[in-house]
Design a protein around this ligand. Structure first.
Ligand SMILES: C[S@@+](CC[C@H](N)C(=O)[O-])C[C@H]1O[C@@H](n2cnc3c(N)ncnc32)[C@H](O)[C@@H]1O
Length: 250
């Protein structure tokens, strides 16, 4: 199967095609990329389990109108939640937008007694700073607490809504259970760092935080925060190069 000469030739073609595609993206966005560590790469990886997993496909159909995330990243959350979201604990999402991820986690863990918290300003991205080259405040301001009520009905589970800038928005909430899994999807450095600090202090050992936007083309603030996290001894941080950093508490 593996013939080095053919593989090398295919890699050359791929490089040409992906460079061309990346130029097209930039033209379309009227943005010229100058950073050398950004581009399109077709990883030589062809296993796409989200296409064949029947349980995932059924859940995806129910929640897809309520999330901006692609199937690949949702599958990471789906698969890991079944293992790391423990009985009698809490799942929390910061930056929930219309709540699709909370819906997905609810359905993937139907049989477990867990509490689900959906946190968002519902007025868009906050806390942009000099570390974020692209985000200004206010993006994604088109979701509301009503969307969470709708998804809650679809998945038939109570989802707690926490409105406001996290973590201030959570100060008066007394969690009776520990957090075993979280999804942070907030687009800016400060929001990602503050969300992580708050959640990680309440996370069980072995618990998992998935940091979205790590490596995203226009979310460099979150990537910078992820790079800092990778150096901290208390956590095991693994990038999956789908746009997520998986962080396990030791
Ligand atoms: C890209 S969207 C999230 C997408 C969502 N997770 C999904 O699956 O579709 C980013 C969200 O983060 C929210 N956000 C950003 N910073 C926040 C903060 N500090 N507290 C609460 N919500 C925040 C924004 O309001 C926005 O809805």
């Amino acid at each position: 199967m593996f013939q080095l000469r053919k593989v090398n030739r295919a890699r050359k073609y791929l490089k040409f095609i992906t460079n061309f595609l990346f130029k097209l993206f930039q033209l379309n966005l009227r943005y010229k990329e100058t950073r050398t560590d950004y581009g399109i790469e077709i990883f030589e990886y062809f296993y796409l389990p989200w296409r064949s997993n029947e349980k995932f496909k059924i859940i995806y159909d129910k929640v897809s109108d309520f999330t901006l995330n692609p199937q690949s990243r949702l599958y990471t959350i789906f698969e890991n939640s079944q293992k790391y979201l423990r009985e009698d604990t809490v799942f929390i999402e910061v930056g929930t937008w219309k709540g699709g991820v909370c819906g997905l986690v609810s359905l993937a863990n139907k049989e477990k007694n867990v509490e689900i918290y959906a946190c968002d300003t519902f007025s868009g991205v906050q806390n942009s700073s000099s570390r974020d080259s692209f985000f200004k405040d206010g993006e994604y301001s088109d979701a509301s607490a009503d969307d969470i009520k709708k998804i809650s009905k679809i998945v038939n589970r109570n989802i707690h809504v926490v409105e406001g800038i996290f973590p201030e928005s959570f100060q008066n909430i007394n969690l009776e259970k520990n957090i075993s899994m979280a999804h942070i999807d907030v687009d800016t450095y400060i929001s990602a760092r503050e969300s992580f600090e708050f959640i990680s202090s309440r996370l069980v050992p072995g618990g998992l935080i998935i940091l979205d936007d790590y490596g995203g083309w226009f979310t460099d603030g979150v990537t910078k925060f992820g790079e800092e996290l990778k150096l901290i001894e208390d956590y095991i941080s693994i990038p999956n190069h789908l746009g997520q950093l998986l962080i396990f508490k030791k």
